[in-house]
Write a protein that binds this ligand. Structure first.
Ligand SMILES: N=c1c2ncn([C@@H]3O[C@H](COP(=O)(O)OP(=O)(O)OP(=O)(O)O)[C@@H](O)[C@H]3O)c2ncn1[C@@H]1O[C@H](COP(=O)(O)O)[C@@H](O)[C@H]1O
Length: 106
C-alpha cells in the first residue's frame, strides 16, 4: 500500500477515542457517523464545483479532502484504505463492462 495511506490509516485509527478538543479527526469520530457522512457529501460537492472551475490546483485539493473524509468514514467503521485498494486490485484488468455485468447478476 502507498506509504502515506498506510501512515494516515494508523493516525486515523489512533484518533478514535482521542481528545476531540485537540484533534480534528477525533472531533469527527466523536460527532459520529452522520456528521462524517455529511462531510463526505460536502466534499463531493466541493469536488464538483472545483472541477467546473477548471483549475487543476483546487481540484486536486478538493479530491484530497474527499479522499481524506472517506478514509475517516472507513476508519470509523474499523476499516482502512487497504480494503479499498484490495477491491481496486481485484477489479484491475477486468473491463468496466464486465464489472457492470457482474453487479447486475449479484
Ligand atoms: N489530511 C488531513 C486533512 N485534510 C483535510 N483536513 C481537514 O478537513 C477540513 C476540510 O473541510 P472543509 O473544506 O469543509 O473546511 P473547514 O470549513 O475548515 O471544515 P469544518 O471545520 O467546517 O469541518 C480542513 O479544514 C482540515 O481541518 C484534514 N485534517 C487532517 N488530516 C490528516 O489527519 C491527521 C490527523 O489530524 P488531527 O486529528 O487534526 O490531528 C493530520 O496529521 C493529517 O495528516
Amino acid at each position: 500500500m502507498s506509504d502515506i495511506l498506510r501512515r494516515l490509516d494508523e493516525v486515523l485509527a489512533a484518533r478514535r477515542g482521542a481528545d476531540p478538543e485537540r484533534s480534528y479527526v477525533a472531533s469527527l469520530h466523536a460527532r459520529g457517523e452522520e456528521a462524517i457522512l455529511r462531510k463526505v457529501g460536502e466534499e463531493a460537492v466541493e469536488v464538483l464545483l472545483a472541477a467546473r472551475g477548471g483549475e487543476a490546483g483546487p481540484l486536486v485539493r478538493e479530491v484530497a479532502d474527499l479522499w481524506f473524509h472517506t478514509l475517516v468514514l472507513l476508519s470509523h467503521r474499523g476499516l482502512g484504505a487497504g480494503a479499498v485498494l484490495a477491491e481496486l486490485e481485484r477489479r484491475f484488468g477486468t473491463s468496466g463492462l464486465e464489472e457492470k455485468a457482474a453487479r447486475g447478476r449479484s
